[in-house]
Design a protein around this ligand. Structure first.
Ligand code: SF4
Length: 508
């Protein structure tokens, strides 16, 4: 059951399909996508419909004017192609004449590097979409042909029209209007949950982190707006989730937590979840509020076990802070903690890997009978971060590190989880390639999207994977360099040089 928290406007002469490249449960839990859906669903003249991978409405595609897609993960292209294919819409834009709908996309994947999708979409939105989306809808309402529509769109900031736009400035929203769940549903991945964005981006600038670098500067909503939104949410559900890349950095985070705690202690049944916590933001009061809000465990991200490596990646938390955070989590009533980390970081040594075992051993000794889990992924270098230049470590070495950690942690009786090294390799390829990768994406989609399909396509198209996998030089032109971010290439480069001083390993 879906409960719309706004008045819908189901009529309109412009038919827009809002595509989501994953199952509907994920669409309903994606705040960014749902907020844009609400904007279109309340615009006069626009008749918008949600289309997800598992919900193909019975639609006459000839009557559709435009299809938008929201792409949050590198592998989302599979869902985009599946939806287009379902409606028999050719994937390359050059094969789509005026009789086909205008196809466009936005979201973190597009903002970070739109080049792999340059041959697919008619236009793309770079950066925060909420202010430009109503302007796009107004242009669609002009109901003119594709060439004229694109001409109008080209005048908007943040719009990238492939083969036409030379440079594009990333859109950075001022966050005047707080964003929260417009549709509550028991079909959502976060069942019946009212999600409130309290901050965007993160000021910590860990050198690998796109959530921080593509969302600079860090912005947050005022305390009063957050409290008002919580009040709105509680009129419809008791499940409240606060969202942000690093919510404890919100200047009034403790005050918001205190407000929620007082409400729970006054007898309100509130189930609370928080998107992420930083080690140095964990306090007894915060953990107690989480426990009161029904949370059983939490995750802390340490990224690396050695202090030397953490300093190099700009994750400035000390070992003492990690121990203190785990102690606070345990002593204030949570049952366990998941420790998130990465392997294959630039300049990582065998000693750094071994430090995970030493750290786990000491944590276990100090916190017996407390549930400790390690969760590892392998480093995927991302555009627009200081580590955009770094090589991806080879698969064999990473697999050896993974086995060593798995075995050693098991010996200590500690559970560990790992992302797939082979898939992380493909993710690196997708993240840092240019438009040369598009034929591969189409071929992979047509052949089922499994690892074997990538292997076959790499052979077939003889794509030079060298730059995406081995990295770039600081003076090289990068495929995504035409996007103007708040951070210039000079800033990124000088941060990269600054961090290199914190390592006694090889110069990158
Ligand atoms: S603290 Fe987390 S969100 Fe912030 S920059 Fe570091 S990894 Fe990214």
């Amino acid at each position: 059951m879906e409960k719309f928290l706004y008045n819908r406007n189901n009529s309109g002469y412009i038919n827009l399909l809002m595509g989501f490249p994953a199952p509907k449960s994920f669409a309903l839990s994606s705040l960014g996508y749902m907020w844009l859906y609400k904007l279109s669903d309340t615009t006069d003249g626009i008749n918008s419909r949600m289309v997800c991978k598992d919900t193909y409405a019975d639609i006459d595609i000839n009557k559709i004017n435009a299809i938008s897609f929201s792409m949050s993960f590198d592998f989302d292209f599979m869902g985009v192609f599946e939806i287009l294919d379902k409606y028999k819409i050719p994937l390359p834009s050059k094969e789509r004449g005026d009789s086909f709908p205008l196809i466009f996309a936005g979201g973190p994947v597009i903002t970070t590097n739109p080049e792999p999708y340059k041959q697919i979409f008619d236009f793309m939105v770079i950066g925060d979409g909420e202010s430009v989306f109503p302007k796009i809808l107004e242009i669609l309402k002009m109901d003119v042909d594709k060439t004229q529509t694109l001409e109008h769109l080209s005048k908007l900031e943040g719009i990238y029209i492939p083969y036409k736009t030379k440079t594009v400035k990333k859109l950075t929203e001022r966050l005047n209007n707080i964003i929260y769940t417009p549709v509550i549903s028991d079909e959502s991945y976060f069942k019946n949950t009212f999600i409130i964005e309290i901050a965007r981006g993160c000021m910590n600038r860990c050198a690998f982190c796109t959530a921080s670098y593509i969302n600079l500067p860090f912005r947050s909503y005022g305390y009063d707006k957050i409290i008002e939104a919580i009040g709105t949410g509680l009129q419809h559900t008791n499940k409240i989730a606060l969202l942000g890349a690093q919510i404890s950095a919100h200047p009034d985070f403790n005050k918001v937590m205190e407000y929620l705690r007082n409400k729970i202690e006054a007898g309100n049944n509130i189930e609370l979840s928080l998107s992420s916590l930083r080690v140095d933001g964990i306090t007894p009061g915060l953990v107690q509020t989480l426990v009161l809000g029904g949370q059983k465990t939490t995750t802390i991200a340490i990224e690396a076990a050695s202090e030397r490596l953490r300093k190099f990646i700009n994750k400035n938390i000390s070992e003492k802070q990690i121990f203190e955070a785990v102690k606070i989590i345990k002593e204030n009533g949570l049952k366990g903690v998941k420790i998130y980390a990465m392997i294959g970081l630039p300049n990582e040594t065998d000693e750094d890997i071994h430090e995970f075992i030493l750290l786990a051993e000491r944590l276990k000794k100090e916190n017996p009978k407390f549930e400790l889990t390690f969760s590892f992924s392998s480093f995927v270098p991302k555009p627009h971060t200081p580590f955009q230049y770094c090589p991806r470590e080879d698969t064999n070495t990473l697999e050896k590190k993974q086995k060593y950690l798995q075995k050693s942690l098991a010996k200590l009786g500690i559970e560990s989880k790992f992302s797939s090294i082979k898939w992380d390799y493909i993710q690196t390829l997708l993240s840092r390639s240019g438009e040369e990768i598009t034929p591969l994406l189409i071929d992979v989609y047509k052949n089922g999207g499994k690892l074997g399909a990538y292997k076959q396509a790499l052979k077939k198209f003889k794509i030079n994977t060298e730059p995406a996998i081995s990295g770039y030089k600081t003076n090289e032109t990068l495929p995504w360099e035409f996007i103007e971010f708040g951070t210039s290439k000079d800033m990124i480069n000088s941060e990269f040089r600054r961090l290199n001083k914190f390592t006694d390993c090889k110069e990158l």
